[in-house]
Design a protein around this ligand. Structure first.
Ligand SMILES: [Fe+2]
Ligand SMILES: [Fe+2]
Length: 241
């Protein structure tokens, strides 16, 4: 059994340094890896990113992250990424990483993802260049996720990690008017096309924890205000035989 701990939207800043560390220090007892589903900072500054890095540095389990929209706010996602990497965090954007956990290969593929909406109510690449650029960017994020999931094909267990949501199910509780800014069906298409055992996202603070893609992949919204604790733990069974 592989135990995946996950949380998103921790939105740390200098005044909240150390608040999650006591809970994270228990991870070795209950989880095999920790996934951070973006919005780790408030405004995407280096100073805030350093707080995040220190919060997870030296944990007894690997830490894998994607950035969220808040982590882009200061227009320096590369600097945010560098701070996290220096803290030992695997930061994914259209990429994957694998871990050997008690002889089981566990793969995590990640992208921040982006919006655009869901089937029947989604934006399309039509009209103004700005609209085309919006959807092209969303599609590029989803393509990166699908590609990196396929590259993890040899893993016994595969997890898709995003900030934006692949499905509307886990947005329940958010105003329907903002669903197109909370996720994109393109992410679910990528997940179902490549295959995964679990999809984890954040971003929708007022959403719902449990959902599922059309292809039957479990989706979990782990935004901290949703799970209402330092992290949730999901159990994944590797195939036997
Ligand atoms: Fe957030
Ligand atoms: Fe967000």
């Amino acid at each position: 059994m592989i135990r995946v701990a996950a949380v998103g939207d921790i939105h740390l800043g200098p005044d909240s340094a150390g608040t999650l560390r006591p809970a994270f220090d228990t991870l070795g007892d209950c989880a095999d890896l920790l996934l951070l589903a973006g919005d780790l900072t408030r405004h995407g500054t280096r100073e805030e990113a350093r707080v995040v890095a220190e919060e997870v540095a030296g944990l007894p389990v690997p830490v894998v992250a994607v950035l969220g929209n808040h982590d882009y706010q200061s227009d320096q996602p590369d600097a945010v990424t560098r701070e996290l990497v220096e803290g030992g965090v695997h930061v994914l954007e259209g990429a994957g990483v694998t871990f050997d956990i008690r002889g089981v290969t566990v793969g995590v593929a990640g992208t921040k993802g982006f919006g655009g909406g869901f089937a029947g109510r989604s934006a399309t690449e039509f009209g103004e260049p700005e609209m085309k650029a919006f959807i092209r960017y969303s599609r590029a994020c989803a393509d990166g996720l699908g590609r990196s999931l396929r590259e993890l094909d040899g893993s016994s267990v595969r997890v898709a990690l995003t900030h934006f949501s692949p499905v509307p199910d886990t947005l329940a509780g958010e105003p329907p008017e903002i669903y197109p800014f909370l996720g994109s069906y393109l992410l679910a298409e990528a997940i179902d096309g490549a295959g995964a055992d679990l999809a984890v996202h954040g971003h929708a603070h007022m959403g719902t924890e449990h959902g599922m893609t059309g292809g039957g992949v479990r989706v979990r919204n782990v935004a901290m205000p949703v799970i209402d604790r330092a992290f949730a733990v999901y159990h994944l069974s590797p195939p036997t035989g």
